[in-house]
Structures are given as C-alpha cells and as structure tokens.
Design a binder for this molecule. Structure first.
Ligand code: GLN
Length: 258
C-alpha cells in the first residue's frame, strides 16, 4: 500500500468506528432501558429456569414496562441487597415479592398481591403447630429465613427480641437465599423455615415438606422505586391499575399459581 492509500484506509476506519460509537449512543437513548432487580429464589414470583430469570413478578413488570416502551433488563441480587442497589442507582425497580412496609427506604406502588407468612417443615417431622402453641413450639426449633425479609423479622421480633424470650439468637439462621434455607431444611440442619405462604407452597411441591402453620401477617406486595422517583412510580401505578383484573392478569395468575 502506498502512503496515500494507507492514510485513506485509516480515515475510513476512523469514520466507521466513529459512526458506530455515535450510533450506539443513539440506540441507548432510544432504548430507554429499565433495570429491574429481583432475588430469583422465590418461586413462583421469581426463579431461574434454564438459566433465565422467570416468574410472575418478572412477567408482570416486563409487560407493564414494555407497554410503556421501555426495554427491560433483569438483575439477580440477593434480597438484602436490593434496596441498596436501588438507592445507588444500580437498578431502577425492585420486583421481588417485596412486602409494602413503611420502614423500607423506597417508594412502593399500589399492592398487586396479598400473602401471609407460613411455617414450612419436613413432612416427616410431624409437628403439631396451632394458634395456641405456635410461639412455644417455634421457640424450641431452629428456624431459617432469608436475611432482610419480613419472615426473618417476624421470628426475631416475635420470638427473640421479647422479654423472657426462650428462643436464642442462634436458633434463627439467616440465609442470603431462601433456596439455601430450603437445602438446609432438607439436610435437617433446620427444623422449620418462616417464609411467604405462596413460596412455601411452591417449595412443598419440590421437596417433601409441608406448611405446618400460617402466620396471619397480612402482607401486600408492591413494586418499589427509589424514594422520590415519582415519574416512574406513577407510570408503574398506571400500568398496574390497567393490568390488574384484566384477562391477561387472570392468565398470569393461572400460569404461575395453578
Ligand atoms: N415478602 C417478603 C418481604 O418482603 C419476602 C420477600 C422475598 O424474600 N423475596 O420481606
């Protein structure tokens, strides 16, 4: 190649690369991407199937956001890290079966699902747990829950952080993932798991476990955005209002809960 040709081809390369960079910049702007954070250990709301994060929450939030012309990326983050990820702008929305709780430093949408907590035990364990004896029985067990959840909170506040508690701190085992708690239950390192009832029901289909008791915690799940992100909050609320009660909604419930 002579010198002139060389310079010419270099200029072509620079032009093509430059065009590529400016185009990709445009694409990103047009894309309007929303990053959804979830903790994919919580079937049927969010779980991993064939390497992909799927579930009721994921499908629902994707439907709503795509309807608003956003593209959606889902990131798997342990439940205890979700609020921090939201507040440091690593994610835009939490969709994680998260119970609406004013103490959580986020803004919640309107509720989209109601659930109680439950006590999941191995079927062979044969505990009799009821309204009258549940506190006494649980206080004698080793109980697992995911860190940062209402389940872990309930055990701590109801059985440990009380005067004359008989349950010791180390009887509550906190796990980064509910699936790890389930593994410890099946390995008999735990006597019980305190976990949202619909998830306990899903787990009970996979392993030899059953719900021994339902705790009337009356929780409502909401999607969450960073405090003050009122535009996205309004869009999500609008989307939820539009979706809840439709045939699409009924089909979604059927797909994941029946
Ligand atoms: N609903 C419970 C909570 O908000 C548990 C959620 C979860 O583990 N994904 O704390």
């Amino acid at each position: 190649m002579n010198k002139q040709k060389k310079i010419f081809s270099m200029l072509v390369i620079i032009a093509v690369v430059g065009l590529g960079i400016s185009l990709s910049g445009c694409v990103e702007e047009i894309e309007n991407k929303i990053i959804v954070g979830t903790s994919a250990d919580f079937p049927p709301f969010e779980y991993v199937e064939d390497g992909t994060i799927v579930g009721f929450d994921i499908e629902m939030v994707t439907m709503i956001l795509e309807d608003l012309n956003y593209t959606v990326e889902v990131q798997d983050i342990a439940f205890e890290g979700l609020i921090g990820a939201l507040n440091s702008d690593k994610i835009d929305v939490i969709a994680a079966g998260m119970s609406i709780d004013p103490e959580r430093e986020v803004d919640f949408t309107i509720p989209y699902y109601e659930a109680d907590l439950s006590v999941l035990v191995l079927t062979e364990s044969n505990y009799t747990i009821n309204e009258t004896n549940h506190l006494e029985v649980l206080a004698n067990l080793t109980v697992g829950a995911q860190t940062g959840t209402t389940g872990a909170d309930w055990v701590y506040e109801t059985l440990i952080n009380i005067t004359n508690a008989t349950m010791q701190e180390d009887q509550l085992k906190r796990y980064t993932l509910y699936t790890l708690a389930l593994l410890d239950l099946t390995n008999k390192n735990l006597d019980a798991i305190v976990i949202d009832k619909p998830v306990a029901e899903a787990f009970a289909e996979d392993v030899d476990a059953e719900i021994a008791y339902t705790i009337d915690s009356d929780e409502e799940y909401g999607l969450a955005v960073k405090k003050g992100n009122s535009d996205l909050l309004a869009e999500l609320n609008q989307g939820l209002t539009k979706l809840i009660g439709t045939e699409e909604w009924t089909n979604l419930i059927k797909k994941y809960f029946e």
